[in-house]
Design a protein around this ligand. Structure first.
Ligand SMILES: C[S@@+](CC[C@H](N)C(=O)[O-])C[C@H]1O[C@@H](n2cnc3c(N)ncnc32)[C@H](O)[C@@H]1O
Length: 275
């Protein structure tokens, strides 16, 4: 059996709900990036690490009936969720490092928040690039190259919470700080894999209170409860954890999303290169 990826991915792993929450929140902003990166009607495109398929649907919408959009993901539960979401696309459960697709058959590959889940990203990137026709492009997207802003009024608590999250991941996956942050070198990764005309673009997705339903659901469920929550308790001083609990509790008068100074900034960096 293939060993799990550096962040614990394997064919039965399921975090579909978190992916759906993220895509409902960020999807419209990411769609604009797809067109800017060069996805056009009629193209044959691949969503590598397609998760629950919301992005695949958006890609299919851009390439239109004359094009083709295919999604690949290692996780069977994610592929199942994707198949029920995405109606005009094909989905395949496979490892993006060993794709059963024809060399030179694709115009564009989109790969968001996935390259950091792979054991050998350069090797996977070379393999994916070989699927592109000459001049075809691959775009790697990653969230939060620049630290997200959650608590505009309290940089100190935000910094401690971010550090606690990193400590949690370091212990859970036995990674060091450099392993966790090496994904910021996407430009170098692209060049090492032999891609040309490498271009970065970073967007900021911003929300202020009162936030829309999709943003509230993403922040409350995926961040406040899952990414933070009880699991950060061992990594924060008692008073800081208590403050964080109050800010994350919708029943508490201090709930962050009701504050007039709530201003959330999430950055997403897309680096594309051509074959
Ligand atoms: C953080 S999620 C991002 C999903 C999607 N691109 C999105 O933006 O919502 C990472 C995805 O990569 C998938 N994945 C991890 N390792 C993989 C591999 N070796 N081959 C294919 N998919 C993989 C996971 O199952 C998961 O769906």
């Amino acid at each position: 059996m293939t060993p799990a990826g550096p962040l614990g991915d394997h064919p039965q792993r399921d975090y579909a709900r978190k992916l759906q929450l993220f895509n409902a929140f960020a999807g419209p902003d990411l769609q604009a990036l797809m067109s800017a990166a060069g996805v056009k009607p009629g193209m044959h495109v691949l969503d590598a690490g397609c998760g629950t398929g919301e992005t695949l649907e958006r890609l299919a919408g851009i390439v239109g009936p004359g094009g083709l959009a295919v999604g690949v993901d290692l996780s069977a539960p994610h592929i199942a969720a994707s198949a029920s979401n995405a109606i005009r696309t094909g989905q395949l459960q496979a490892d993006v490092a060993r794709l059963p697709l024809r060399a030179g058959s694709l115009d564009f590959i989109w790969c968001a928040n996935t390259i950091n889940h792979l054991r050998d990203p350069v090797d996977a990137l070379r393999g994916m690039s070989s699927l592109l026709r000459p001049g075809g492009r691959i775009a790697l997207g990653q969230s939060a190259f620049l630290a997200d802003m959650y608590f505009a009024w309290d940089l100190r608590l935000e910094r401690l919470v971010n550090e606690a999250v990193r400590q949690y991941y370091r212990e859970r996956y036995a990674l060091d700080e450099r392993d966790l942050t090496s994904v910021r070198a996407l430009v170098g990764l692209m060049r090492e894999a032999g891609l040309d005309d490498v271009r970065p673009q970073t967007i900021a997705i911003e929300r202020i209170s009162p936030v829309d339903v999709a943003t509230e659901a993403y922040l409350r469920e995926a961040i406040f409860l899952q990414t933070w929550g009880e699991r950060l308790k061992p990594y924060l001083a008692e008073a800081d954890y208590a403050e964080l609990e109050r800010l994350c509790d919708p029943q508490h008068p201090s709930y962050a999303l009701r504050r007039p100074d709530f201003h959330f900034i999430h950055t997403f960096t897309l680096v594309s290169g051509s074959h």
